[in-house]
Design a protein around this ligand. Structure first.
Ligand code: TXE
Length: 497
């Protein structure tokens, strides 16, 4: 094992006293409690971050509101876009520092931190920057008759909703924060972000780069804190105009309820579920196996769009599982800071314990564990990529999200049955169909209940393509032009003359 040497700036940053970032300044915080930032590969505490107080929540909200009404409202759309582009440049300039920090905090392999957390975040920023000058309303023809020769003109304009609260999960602490802040800022909103208590660190560095990029004080604020106090305090704050949340389904329901009660705060929820991948019988086994690995095991399966239910033609199942086992057992598991590592640990202890409990439940349920399904001995929250063969669609791991490197497999015999199996879930974030038969794929796309259907690919998010869930996987869409609706109010104007 050869680990990267940490950059001196990473070691220096870890030593600082961390708290929040309010109105353009790092704040160490007045709270009495800390979160330990634990390296999931070693179980060692690498930093401490103060939990926010109600006064700090209020200060962040006030700063965001003052910036919304003042400096950001007076910034032209072109300059808003320029700010996001300059932040993208600075993410790329500081890519290695941010990637190392994120790998230390989340267990993501360094390659994935570089490519996705930082590289892809910069690309999303540039995409959203382009929208700042293109958000507009429309002119309308008034339909009612004119009685006395009077005329009417009508148009709509899009106005930013105001201060946005962004609640972020631990699986992509930079990238998901950037999705939310870029969407908010390009529309003219300001934002208060609350990172996950498991990954509270890296955004504190990113927001310093935002300041360096010329984004005015108060436009982006960070409050660290848990879901029980700081999360609801942000949502219920009188200056919060919109909540954007990514995370688990139960927390999403709680966030949605909090946003609605009291003052009907706008809310978008991007939740997980139990995504399905359907492989048709025309494919060679090797292609099926490649597809399964792409769909289910990237970032230890800790991706909301990852597939967890895999449907394989019954006649191919044994061969597919045999080849998959051979491929997964060759994956190099180890330190996220080793550039040759292909799979790191799970991101935190609570999640690790949840996955181990699900392995036990799968055994009790009578599912067959073909590979993996036990912890890897030694320090760190490591589990092997796991293959589970279900007996029926009712097996627990065909229903419950693991959010880990765990694929559950079920055979099918005909394509009508396959559609029914794919839709046999209350969730609908994403799905994939794998086949060389284009007509079959086209017919299946409209029958599958999911916000995104990929064909011959999975877990590929592009800023130009809307993303979000149907059924219990959420409300609203991110990216494309679809996001604009959720960060702006549509104002109608009518003029009589
Ligand atoms: O996620 P949560 P957690 C799954 C994964 C994991 C489980 C729990 O299976 O094991 O969820 O992880 C904030 N009001 N996913 O607890 O609860 C919280 O502080 C306001 C799937 O980390 O969804 C954090 O910032 N905020 C997933 C954020 O919500 C609240 C991604 C996400 O926390 C809150 C992550 C409240 N009442 C975990 N309660 C996905 N599918 O994308 C919590 N939070």
């Amino acid at each position: 094992m050869s680990e990267l040497t940490l950059l001196p700036e990473v070691s220096e940053f870890l030593k600082r006293q961390h708290g929040h970032f309010i109105d353009g300044l790092p704040i160490s915080g007045k709270g009495e409690t800390f979160f330990n930032v634990v390296n999931p590969a070693t179980e060692q505490v690498i930093a401490k971050v103060k939990e926010g107080t109600f006064d700090e929540v209020d200060a962040a909200m006030q700063a965001a509101h003052t910036a919304f009404k003042g400096v950001w409202a007076n910034t032209t759309p072109m300059e808003r876009g320029n700010c996001l582009n300059r932040l993208a440049d600075l993410l790329e300039k500081n890519l290695e520092e941010l990637a190392q920090l994120e790998s230390l905090c989340s267990g993501k392999t360094i390659q994935l931190s570089r490519f996705l957390e930082v590289g892809s975040a910069a690309q999303f920023l540039r995409y959203f920057a382009g929208w700042s000058t293109k958000i507009s309303g429309e002119t309308l023809n008034v339909s009612l008759p004119s009685f006395n020769g009077e005329k009417y003109s009508a148009f709509t304009q899009r106005e930013p909703v105001g201060v946005v609260t962004g609640i972020i999960p631990w699986n992509f602490s930079i990238m998901i924060s950037i999705w939310k802040l870029a969407a908010a800022l390009t529309c003219g909103c300001t934002i208060v972000l609350k990172p996950s208590e498991f990954t509270p660190l890296t955004m504190l560095r990113v927001v310093e780069l935002a300041k360096e990029a010329g984004i005015p004080d108060g436009v982006i604020n960070i409050i660290n804190g848990g879901g029980r106090e700081v999360g609801p305090a942000l949502i219920h704050h009188p200056l919060c105009s919109k909540v954007t949340f990514t995370g688990s389904v139960p927390t999403g329901l709680a966030v949605g309820r909090s946003a609605m009660e009291g003052k009907l705060t706008r809310v978008t929820l991007e939740l997980g579920g139990k995504n399905g991948a359907a492989f048709l019988a025309d494919l060679p086994v090797e292609k099926i196996v490649n597809g399964i690995i792409e769909a289910g095991y990237l970032n230890q399966g800790q991706i909301c769009a990852a597939a967890e239910r895999f449907y394989i033609p019954s006649k191919l199942m044994d061969e597919v599982l045999e080849q998959l086992k051979a491929r997964l057992s060759a994956i190099k598991i180890g330190s996220p800071l080793d550039e040759t590592t292909e799979m790191g640990p799970l991101a935190n202890k609570a999640h690790y314990e949840k996955i181990l409990a699900l392995f036990d439940k799968a055994r009790e349920d009578g599912s067959e564990i073909i590979y993996g399904g036990t912890p890897i001995a030694g320090a760190g929250y490591f589990v092997p990529p796991t293959i589970i063969r279900a007996n029926s669609p009712d097996d627990i791991l065909m229903k419950e999200e693991t959010f880990g490197p765990v694929g559950t497999f079920l055979g099918y015999d005909d394509e009508e049955e396959l559609i029914a199996l794919m839709n046999s879930t209350p969730f609908g974030l994403a799905a994939s169909v794998w086949t060389n038969d284009l007509s079959k794929a086209m017919r299946m796309i409209s029958r599958i209940e999911a916000g995104t259907v990929w064909v011959n690919m999975h877990t590929f998010l592009d800023p130009a393509v809307p993303f979000g869930g149907t059924k219990s996987s959420g409300i609203g869409r991110e990216f494309g032009s679809a996001f604009i609706e959720y960060y702006t109010e549509l104002k109608s104007v009518m003029v009589r003359y």
